[in-house]
Design a protein around this ligand. Structure first.
Ligand code: C2E
Ligand code: SIN
Ligand code: SIN
Ligand code: FE
Ligand code: FE
Length: 768
């Protein structure tokens, strides 16, 4: 029930009013003026009380502010002036006495209704406003603390009324702002933060203004507080979104400059870490052939973490890869998913996240980011990393596809080159050089070498090498069955060794470790038609883990190399048997010619002498080695045709008759008939067939003239006549040398080619 306070000095009026109001209101008729401080809804004063209490009433109304606290003035006609002075300041309505009971009730009800509305409105405003309105009195204590304040800061009205507001206690800005208000500034505003009751941080703006009493003295400060935490967050979020878009755009742009996956990975890693402010990170890529994940790029503490691959489902990387979902690790060392073997290598105090790298339909790997505590990777950072890795995944996949196409093309080309070396019947040495060069280059190794098996002592010895810095490799032999290479050859198995220092079986050629600095190694046997030919070895000076494609190509190279070795060895042995055959031919030819000499009764060695002299003369005339072989054969066989001349004619100690001459002059034709079926000797026919032709065309058997006569025959004729004239014949004695020389010189241009004579005379003068 509403309370009406009667401050009436006029006793009769007091009695009358109380009597009229009591059935309707709770009426307070105080014994002293102190009652003005009590709770009431409507005050009623008369002239005497108003003169005495005017200021106090005013103060009381201000205390209620902004809620309306009505005072009614019971005035006599002469109090009109006084009423005018107090109206609006301390009184709100007046009733002239004598008092009409009905009117009194109506007036009291009227002002009370205004108060109720004012109260309701005020409470509604306080309840509904997102802004909070705090009223502070002159000593800075809260006189009004609304539900909005409670909503913003968490403290209730009961906890704050009559105290310094908890949201100011430690807050510089708010305090300073109030100070200026107390000093008379009409409006002050600012933005600040403070902890809520629950400790969380609230951002808010404050607008403060002084409230003055009738005298202009500042009695209250009213503060309108707006919680801007949310909009600040929204703004931050927008800024971050923009930043994220920029990050994406930037990383995409720099990634576009990379041409290969190897180039792209460090860019992707470092740019992403830099944009998001992570000091460490790494990228693991999935190797589909082996179905494991391997570190492909790493920085910060990840750089010394691990070399060994991890299977999907193992460790953090494997778990994220298997699930395809990002994983936040508040601290890696205490992460339940961490590989137990990594616990000692992961530094304490570092947390982070692992994000899957998606390509179009597959996962290509995972991306680790890491930062020192207390920073934690935030969900929106994960979102950004996911967008980044999705974009990068597609790019990496496209690059990988392109590179593997290119790699395959280059490998085909490499195999083809070895093929060409083989089919071009280049020597074994050239084939193996090509093999080593292609192996080192295309398998991305530092060096490659071939050891060939020597079947006589069962050792493997150097045959070719590429990329070695020293000659040590060329001098080291490996026993079959010993060490990595020896075992590969014996057991026909491929060996791979990531670290030669700890190889099993031990790598015995220590010189290669010390002098060449090799670390990783692989060896593959060279087998052709079921026979072990040797081994192909590749060396790398840095750690190296081959994938299935790499092995596939190494094996292709080894197969091709083995075929090459087989072919070259076949070819060489063919050449050797050819050589043996020609040696046998030569022996036969010499045997024939010796037999001929004996029968002809020519001086022992005529044929050998003219052969040697003719070869010399032919070389001086500029004939090639290949032609000289035929000159040699032709000279040895020049009179083979005499085999068909009967002894009676051949050995006749006198001049030949015309009939005998006919037979004798057949010997070049006979030589032609004897030798031309033998392909091997056909190129040697010039001399046996044409050695009796003469420069002036008077010779036999065909009467060739000048350069129609083959050069070999022209040269030979000079040598043959020279040697014949110096020797005894059954039909005459040998001539003295000077006479022979004269005869030869004189026959230049008739019997002999003048140039041949000149060259011959020069040659024999040099010899004596
Ligand atoms: P040959 O004894 O080996 O003589 C080769 C060539 O040396 C002869 O070819 C001829 O050009 C020259 N030559 C050899 N001896 C003399 C010589 O005393 N005087 C001169 N001016 N040149 C000489 P040619 O003439 O076509 O004879 C071919 C072969 O016929 C001779 O080979 C020899 O086996 C035989 N022959 C030639 N003349 C006689 C002869 O008078 N009596 C006999 N029994 N055989 C003869
Ligand atoms: C792992 O367990 O996935 C590897 C360790 C690491 O990178 O944190
Ligand atoms: C050796 O080292 O001499 C044997 C072959 C090898 O280990 O490579
Ligand atoms: Fe002859
Ligand atoms: Fe002769």
């Amino acid at each position: 029930m509403s309370r009406v306070l009667l401050l009436l000095d006029h006793r009769e009026n007091r009695r009358l009013l109380a009597e009229a109001l009591v059935p309707h209101f709770e009426v307070i008729t105080p014994v002293s003026d102190e009652a003005l401080a009590d709770n009431f809804d409507v005050g009623i004063v008369d002239g005497v009380a108003l003169s005495r209490l005017g200021r106090q009433i005013e103060a009381r109304k201000q205390k209620e502010y902004p809620v309306f606290l009505p005072f009614l003035f019971i005035a006599s006609r002469r109090d009109v002036g006084m009423a005018t002075n107090h109206l609006w300041k301390s009184i709100d309505d007046l009733i002239f006495s004598p008092i009409e009971k009905v009117e009194l009730l109506a007036r009291v009800r009227g002002v009370y209704e205004r108060r109720r509305l004012s109260l309701e409105y005020h409470q509604f405003v306080l309840r509904a406003s997102t802004n909070a309105i705090v009223l502070l009195n002159r000593v800075g204590h809260v006189v009004q603390w609304s539900p909005s304040e409670e909503r913003i800061f968490g403290w209730s009205e009961a906890e704050t009324l009559g105290k310094h507001p908890p949201c100011i206690s430690e807050e510089e800005i708010f305090n300073k702002l109030l100070e200026t208000v107390w000093l008379g500034e009409e409006f002050a505003s600012g933005e600040t933060v403070c902890p809520r009751k629950d400790g969380s941080i609230v951002h808010f703006t404050v607008a403060a203004a002084p409230l003055r009493d009738a005298n202009g003295t500042i009695t209250y400060a009213v503060c309108v507080i707006s919680d801007v935490t949310e909009s600040k967050r929204t703004l931050e979020l927008q800024k971050r979104r923009l930043n994220e878009l920029e990050t994406l755009d930037h990383v995409t742009a720099v990634l576009r400059q990379a041409r290969t996956v190897d180039e792209a990975l460090p860019i992707l890693l470092n740019e992403t870490l830099a944009m998001l402010g992570f000091p460490a990170g790494c990228i693991w890529l999935h190797q589909p052939a082996e179905n494991h994940l391997r570190v492909a790029a790493a920085t910060g503490w990840f750089a010394d973490l691990r070399e060994t691959p991890i299977k999907p489902g193992e460790g953090i990387a494997g778990t994220v890869f298997a699930s395809g979902r990002a994983h936040i690790s508040p601290e890696f060392v205490s992460d339940a998913f961490l590989c137990p073997s990594d616990i000692e290598r992961v530094p304490a105090g570092w947390g982070g996240a692992c994000i899957p790298i998606h390509a179009l339909e597959t996962l290509v790997g995972v991306f680790f980011v890491s930062c020192p505590l207390p920073r934690q990777v935030q969900p929106d950072e994960i979102k950004l990393l996911e967008s980044l890795t999705r974009m990068a995944g597609v790019t990496l996949q496209r690059m990988e596809l392109y590179e593997s196409t290119q790699r395959r093309a280059r490998q085909l080309e490499a195999l083809h080159e070895i093929d060409r070396a083989i089919s071009g019947s280049m020597g074994l040495r050239a084939i193996l050089d090509t093999l080593c060069r292609q192996a080192a280059t295309e398998l991305r190794m530092d060096a490659a070498g071939v050891l060939l098996l020597d079947p006589t002592d069962m050792t493997l010895g150097y045959a070719a090498g590429y990329g070695f810095r020293t000659s040590a490799y060329q001098h080291l032999r490996v026993r079959l069955g010993q060490g990595q290479a020896g075992l590969a050859a014996l057991e026909r198995k491929t060996f791979h060794c990531p670290d030669l220092r700890s190889a099993v079986p031990a790598f015995l050629r220590k010189e290669l470790l010390e002098n060449e600095g090799f670390l990783a190694y692989a060896v593959v046997p060279l087998i052709a038609k079921g026979n072990i030919k040797g081994v192909l070895e590749v060396f790398h000076r840095a750690p190296f883990s081959p994938d299935r494609e790499w092995w596939g190509f190494l094996e292709k190279l080894a197969l091709q190399g083995a075929i090459g070795i087989e072919n070259a060895q076949l070819f060489e042995s063919l050449e050797r048997s050819n050589m043996e055959l020609s040696l046998a031919y030569d022996a036969t030819i010499e045997g024939w010619s010796r037999a001929l000499d004996l029968r002809d009764k020519e001086t022992e060695g005529h044929t050998l002498r003219v052969m040697e002299m003719t070869v010399r003369l032919a070389r001086a005339a500029g004939m090639t080695d290949q032609e000289l072989v035929h000159v040699r054969h032709g000279a040895l066989l020049h009179d083979i045709g005499k085999m068909g001349v009967p002894d009676a004619i051949l050995l006749k100690p006198d001049k030949l008759t015309d009939e005998e001459w006919v037979v004798m002059r057949q010997h070049p034709m006979l030589a032609y008939e004897m030798l031309s079926p033998i392909a091997y000797l056909r190129p040697a026919l010039d001399i046996p067939y044409c050695h009796h032709e003469k420069w002036d065309g008077t010779g036999y058997p065909r009467g060739l003239k000048g350069e129609q006569i083959p050069l070999a025959a022209r040269l030979f004729a000079v040598v043959d006549v020279w040697d014949a004239l110096r020797s005894d014949r059954p039909y005459r004695l040998g001539w003295p040398e000077e006479k022979v020389r004269e005869y030869i010189r004189a026959s230049a241009g008739t019997h002999f080619d003048p140039k041949a004579v000149e060259l011959f005379l020069k040659l024999i003068s040099e010899m004596t």
